[in-house]
Design a protein around this ligand. Structure first.
Ligand code: NAI
Ligand code: AKG
Length: 526
């Protein structure tokens, strides 16, 4: 498939004339062909008008048709073949195995949402039949279902060019809910975005859907992104990126005459609690495994273990020795963009320059452009509590170990942490009492609590929560990974005494769709 450098607006391809840019191979620093033409207000207007025109039809597509659409998107992406992987490798510096795995996750995500759509419980149909004889007042016939919120603006993430980008989780869950999507493609991987965008565009056409179900725009982030979020026809936003970017878009959404929800996944340092018995029994293994999680993908995961908490002492020294040795031998790796690399270097320099922080280890020296040397630091709990800047996310393979005087101090530090995507417990049976005391704090701080694993690598499933209190996300009530994500793009509508033949299919007597419904409080498939 040829990459043309065009945006995709509904069924057409369109070259923007507001700016020109090319992708950069971060491993070589070379600009890649072709030249992309970025758009502006006119393209936002056209994409949003088409999305709005498609909305009422798309949101009422049958469950089977919408599920088949999601599966067609997945198949079309797979059919691009190796061109997709080689282009993504060139644009991101990520290795083949990682990108092939990510493609599998992306296809699996789309297919899982197809199953969810077919199964239909997301409609959350409720029927409270009329009680005409009730005294002192009769009850009306009251029925409820969820409908799609409206066209959604999705901002592709730089660090997952497939799974969190054009046809990633936000797009899959919005489509599943029945929302048209306008994607603002990330400037770091425009070719990958165009390839995937064309796969989605072809699926829209072959599934007989209105063209405005999908558009892909490129251009100056601030201008086009702001115009998109401000457009009155956009009713929700999905974003993964920096705290600054997420906050800016939240501000735009809140200042609209009609404010809309922004689901932004921003910054998280993902605390790991090394509990005393676990450290005593397996400090060396933990040290090695920690470095594996920290350096995976050059540390460019929002689930990266950026802070460790442990009680100071000889067991912790054993952990530090093992981690220091493993990290000291870790190769420098290419980061996604020169900007992300520069941000990593300046974050590491800031930590290294802090009087309260000691550098424990750095990875092997860099041998090419945009490479990052992993970094491992330590500070005391007292110093950490005195300086809120020490908990700023350094996006990349950098982590700070907090030495606590006792287990109680670990809870005190945990209480001071900002909201997180994850909190990890390395624990043995003898740690259970201390962990039980920590869990209420962790439940308040994080979206996912895990034991004896590492936070990187999120499973796409029904029970997953990839979310958490601010600043991990802008809205702690939802998740961006897993099937619960569909809820973000739905809202309930109640139908009171509406004539039977005007009711939506999901609420009609006899349950023509065969979906799960709650009738007079009882869940069933009646
Ligand atoms: N939490 C996470 O999962 C991730 C965090 N990051 C953080 O973001 C930094 C920069 O990486 P990027 O991926 O480029 O993130 P970014 O937040 O700068 O950009 C993400 C997207 O939002 C748009 N955007 C950014 N600021 C905007 C604004 N003020 N108005 C309208 N649109 C705006 C950009 O054009 C881009 O499409 C990294 O160094 C890292 O700190 C990056 C990737 C993932
Ligand atoms: O760890 C993962 O698999 C997902 C991480 C993530 O969501 C991110 O880095 O944006």
């Amino acid at each position: 498939m040829t990459i043309t450098g065009e945006m995709l607006i509904g069924a057409s391809a369109h070259r923007g004339n507001q700016s020109e840019f090319r992708a950069v191979d971060p491993a070589t620093g070379e600009a890649l062909d072709p030249v992309f033409g970025g758009g502006g207000a006119a393209e936002v207007e056209r994409a949003c008008a088409l999305a709005w025109a498609a909305f009422d039809t798309f949101r009422e597509t049958g469950l089977e048709q919408r599920a088949a659409f999601l599966e067609t998107v997945a198949q079309n992406i797979l059919d691009i073949g190796d061109d997709l992987i080689t282009r993504a490798m060139a644009e991101t510096g990520l290795p083949r195995a990682r990108l092939e795995g990510e493609r599998g996750r992306t296809l699996g995500q789309l297919r899982l949402f197809a199953q969810v759509v077919r199964e239909g419980s997301w409609v959350e149909a409720r029927i409270d039949p009329a009680l005409p004889e009730r005294k002192p007042l009769p009850r009306a016939d009251i029925r409820q279902r969820h409908i799609a919120l409206g066209p959604v603006a999705v901002f592709g993430a730089s660090n997952f060019p497939l799974a969190f980008s054009v046809a990633g989780g936000d797009t899959a869950s919005a489509f599943a809910a029945g929302c048209p999507v306008v994607v603002k493609g990330h400037g770091a991987h425009p070719g990958t975005s165009e390839l995937v965008g064309r796969a989605v565009q072809a699926a829209v056409a072959s599934c007989g859907l209105p063209e405005g179900v999908f558009s892909l725009l490129f251009g100056n982030g601030r201008e086009i992104g702001t115009a998109l979020v401000a457009d009155p026809r956009i009713k929700a936003v999905g974003f993964t990126g920096s705290r600054g970017g997420g906050l800016a878009l939240m501000g735009v959404a809140a200042r609209r005459p009609e404010p809309i929800p922004v689901y932004a996944e921003m910054s998280s340092i993902n605390p790991v609690f090394l509990m005393p018995a676990a450290l005593a029994s397996r400090a060396e293994a933990l040290g090695k495994a920690f470095v594996g999680s920290l350096t995976m993908g050059a540390g460019q995961f929002c689930t990266n273990p950026g802070i460790l908490l442990a009680v100071d002492g000889p067991e912790l020294d054993r952990f530090v020795a093992a981690a220091t040795e493993a990290l000291g031998g870790s190769a420098a790796s290419t980061m996604l963009t020169p900007g992300i690399h520069a941000a990593f270097d300046s974050g590491v320099a800031k930590l290294a320059g802090s009087g309260a922080v000691t550098t424990l280890a750095r990875g092997l020296a860099c041998s090419g452009p945009n490479q990052a040397q992993a970094a491992f630091f330590t500070a005391t709990a007292e110093a950490f509590l005195a300086d809120t800047e020490l908990q700023e996310e350094v996006f990349g393979a950098a982590s700070l170990l907090i030495r606590c005087p006792d287990v109680a101090a670990m809870t005190v530090v945990a209480e001071r942490l900002e909201g997180q995507l994850t909190a990890t417990l390395q624990m043995d049976a003898a740690d259970k009492g201390a962990v039980a005391a920590l869990i209420p704090t962790l439940e308040r701080k994080a979206g996912r609590i895990l034991a004896n694993g590492w936070p990187t690598g999120v499973e796409v499933c029904h029970a997953m929560v990839h979310g958490g209190p601010f600043p991990a996300t802008s809205d702690p009530r939802s998740t961006s990974v897993g099937t619960l994500a569909i809820r973000r793009f739905l809202r309930p509508v109640c139908y009171q005494d509406i004539p039977a033949d005007l009711l939506p299919e999901s609420l009609r007597d006899g349950n023509p769709q065969g979906i799960w419904r709650r009738i007079d409080g009882t869940l069933g498939q009646e």
